[in-house]
Design a protein around this ligand. Structure first.
Ligand SMILES: [Zn+2]
Length: 416
């Protein structure tokens, strides 16, 4: 539009100048003036050829650089307002047609027509992913982006209207929502496929854990009564692994129960997008409490859950949560978070199982807790010395409820 205005001004000015010129130098001088102004100038279109020389070439060259659509608009207008601007020239419609239309519209129309064939051959389409995301945390959503391009790499369609359909190779690891968003479900790698008609592209996306949970299944098949310090730098020593209790009704050993629940807990946590580190997956091991804590510390776990079962007289029942206190000589800095974790798990564990909540209790003499470098709690799942509770916590029905409660507590601790 700028060009047009400039041109319009120039045309008006040129016309005015030419008129002035012609009126001053009449007769023989007239031809010279015209020649000087316009190469195409003839005797008849004096008034027009003069402004054409000063204005039109600009108007022609400028839009043709900008591109075809502009040209079509400009020259069309050029003929009309040009004439109106020069009242003198309106009288000579012949000349308007001749100089204006000969060069201008032809050259402008031609490239427009010649550009049409490039549209008509069928595009050789390509499908491409435009989002570079290669990893997503479990539980997080990302919008998948792909586009259809022509052979020159020009985008034909992208986003909502592009009709590109996404899918994943493993729906356990991730899913695609109705809106086309990718949702990471559990740790692993999936192929993401983008499809449009026969076109197909794929890329891999890694689902990262939302958090890593350390699980210590308390005890082991055989106790280890040799000693180890109960905390870093401590002179107090305790046996490495105690024997644990066993069920008065179920006759299940505590180490069996803790591993059974640990395995079920792991399965459930993995489904929810957590990574899990187990201190043991078998009963026939010998790993001290200190070593268990160290294994979890090294794993990069965010928290540690220690699973145990209680023993007392037959009437005692309920679950307890044990955590390090504020004045713990080794891990006082973990006390606050450990209490939060402990409270959170106790609340949902007891709600889910119906087991009595004996509360969160400070315990600073537990080796496996004192060597921890992450928030830690020990769950006494119930009393194996109470027949009723023993039957429940060793049953499959109990297991489901216990695991559900612990997972909910972990979720709540992290704010999921
Ligand atoms: Zn125990």
């Amino acid at each position: 539009m700028k060009n047009f205005h400039t041109w319009k001004k120039r045309l008006a000015f040129g016309t005015f100048a030419a008129l002035l010129f012609v009126s001053v130098y009449n007769g023989g001088a007239k031809m010279q003036a015209v020649d000087a102004l316009a190469k195409t100038g003839t005797a008849v279109p004096v008034l027009l050829s003069a402004p054409m020389a000063s204005g039109n070439p600009d108007a022609l060259t400028a839009p043709s650089q900008t591109g075809a659509p502009d040209n079509t608009a400009t020259p069309g207008n050029t003929a009309t307002p040009g004439n109106t601007a020069t009242p003198g020239s309106t009288a000579t419609p012949d000349s308007t047609v001749t100089p204006g239309s000969t060069a201008t519209p032809d050259s402008t129309v031609t490239p427009e027509v010649s550009s049409t064939p490039t549209v008509s051959p069928k595009y050789k389409e390509t499908l491409k992913f435009t989002s570079k995301t290669t990893q997503v945390k479990a539980g997080k959503k990302i919008i998948l982006k792909a586009k259809r391009t022509d052979e020159n790499g020009k985008t034909i369609a992208s986003g909502k209207g592009s009709k590109i359909v996404f899918s994943v190779s493993n729906k356990k690891i991730a899913t695609i929502t109705k809106n086309g968003a990718f949702v990471g479900k559990r740790v692993g790698t999936v192929k993401v496929i983008a499809k449009y008609k026969k076109l197909k592209v794929q890329k891999k996306i890694k689902v990262l854990p939302k958090k890593t949970i350390g699980i210590d299944a308390g005890h082991q098949q055989y106790a280890d009564s040799s000693l180890e310090p109960i905390g870093p730098g401590s002179s107090i020593r305790k046996i490495k692994v105690a024997g644990g209790t066993s069920g008065v009704a179920s006759h299940m050993a505590e180490y069996e129960l803790t591993l059974k629940i640990a395995k079920a807990l792991k399965k459930s946590l993995v489904k929810k997008g957590y990574a899990v580190v187990m201190t043991r997956t078998k009963n026939s091991v010998n790993i001290s409490n200190r070593e268990r804590a160290e294994k979890i510390n090294k794993s990069g776990a965010d928290i540690c859950i220690r699973l145990h079962a209680d023993a007392a007289d037959a009437s005692a029942k309920g679950a307890s949560g044990l955590y390090p206190g504020k004045s713990n000589p080794y891990v006082s800095h973990l006390s606050k978070k450990s209490k939060k974790l402990c409270d959170s798990i106790m609340k949902s564990y007891c709600k889910s199982t119906g087991i009595r909540n004996r509360g969160s209790i400070v315990r600073d003499d537990l080796t496996g807790t004192n060597w921890s470098e992450v928030p830690v709690m020990l769950l006494e799942m119930g009393f194996m010395t109470n027949a009723e509770e023993d039957r429940f916590i060793t049953s499959d029905k109990g297991e489901t409820k216990m695991v559900r409660g612990i997972v909910k507590g972990i979720d709540a601790y992290f704010g999921y």
